[in-house]
Design a binder for this molecule. Structure first.
Ligand code: AGP
Length: 369
């Protein structure tokens, strides 16, 4: 088993460290940065559909649903197509309005999640076109869908999803740029710039992993916490949700992810000198606004752990701990900012003596309702 874990103590850690490679595998043969071109063989036949589609509905559960939320930001921002993201379990039971004109994208690492399969079947009955984003080749979901894009992350053994999430986000990024390209929403030179940036992501993830020791120290400080808040804005909001899910599922610490601006509508009441608050505070569009949210937490004596852009000095001056990630285009922040949150959850869980690869009450894929 030690051999299977590649020298790491747990599959989860092995899988976290595999991400530079798994993201590279996911992008391979699909992006041509110099030509500014995205190629997705699995959905090529549906290019006309993508040119004309009025609405995309994403269905998924858990971490895959979080990837879907990142996808919503990316597809709306770059391809300018309206996107709705639904929990498969809710979608299937609420008589959703779907027509033949819709495109449904189902996301699933395992390709076997019961609720996601039922959502696909329902949308199919109503005549929608269904794409799958799956990791396991030949699983049930890829067989149920009309077309799809595999994530190629390799087998994920740890129950807590890590490399499958970043691969799903990578595929959604590719889909967003593919649709943008087909609909003429991005100039050729901009495409070259974006794809050159995307091509660098595996290296930036490798850089981000270098904070491991520093994150371990931070984990020592917060391992006995009973609660934790994760806050972010824009596409960092789903990253916050994912950070909270990782922590709660493997360490059993109660954690909540929120859009940072929503804090004052409720969660702020929880903040006292016993509450750690993790912020995604990179130097992008809502940077200044996140800074004021950090100040609100500090004013109430909360402990701030901030994920910041390398070289940041402003947040450093107010946060208790900062974790730097390399500078990248805003489009790719979720891929890099997720890494320290996975490591933080991992170290806290290990320090609490939890079984990180097989947390209590959880199964790798939920094949029953
Ligand atoms: C993630 O860490 C989970 N354990 C869980 O939420 C998972 O993402 C969810 O069950 C969906 O699984 P799937 O991607 O295989 O469909």
């Amino acid at each position: 088993e030690m051999l299977e874990k590649g020298g790491y103590d747990h599959f989860m850690m092995k899988e976290i460290y595999e991400q530079p490679r798994s993201i590279r595998d996911c992008l391979r043969g699909r992006i041509y940065p110099q030509q500014g071109k995205v190629q997705l063989g699995g959905i090529k036949e549906y290019t006309e559909k993508l040119k004309n589609v009025d609405r995309i509905i994403i269905v998924a559960c858990g971490t895959s649903w979080h990837a879907g939320l990142v996808g919503e930001y990316l597809i709306e921002e770059y391809a300018r197509v309206p996107v709705e993201v639904e929990y498969a379990s809710e979608f299937r039971y609420r008589n959703p309005i779907i027509t033949e004109k819709d495109l449904v994208i189902a996301i699933s690492q395992s390709g076997e999640t019961a609720d996601t399969m039922a959502a696909i079947e329902l949308a199919k009955e109503k005549g929608a076109t269904i794409f799958g984003i799956c990791n396991v080749v030949g699983a049930s979901i890829p067989r149920l869908t009309h077309a799809g894009v595999y994530t190629h992350a390799g087998p994920e053994i740890g129950v807590a999803s890590t490399k499958a999430f970043t691969a799903q986000v990578s595929v959604l990024t590719l889909i967003a740029f593919y649709i943008a390209q087909q609909r003429g929403k991005i100039t050729q030179s901009k495409m070259v710039e974006y794809l050159t940036g995307l091509n660098e992501i595996p290296n930036l993830v490798q850089e981000a992993l270098k904070s491991n020791d520093h994150i371990k120290e931070i984990a020592t400080r917060f391992k006995d916490s009973t609660n934790c808040l994760f806050l972010g804005r824009g596409s960092s909001f789903p990253v916050a949700l994912e950070g909270a899910l990782k922590l709660k599922e493997i360490s059993y610490i109660h954690a909540e992810g929120y859009p940072a601006a929503e804090m004052k509508h409720g969660p702020i009441a929880l903040i006292d000198d016993d509450m750690p608050v993790v912020f995604i505070a990179t130097k992008h569009s809502s940077y200044e606004k996140v800074i004021s949210n950090i100040q609100e937490v500090k004013a109430r004596k909360g402990h701030v752990i901030a994920i910041v852009t390398e070289g940041d000095t402003e947040v450093k001056g107010m946060a208790d701990y900062v974790i730097e990630i390399p500078q990248t285009n805003e489009a790719f922040v979720p891929l890099v900012a997720t890494i320290p949150l996975q490591l933080l959850a991992y170290h806290i869980a290990v320090m609490r003596g939890c079984n990180v690869d097989q947390p209590r009450n959880l199964a790798k894929s939920v094949t029953v309702e």
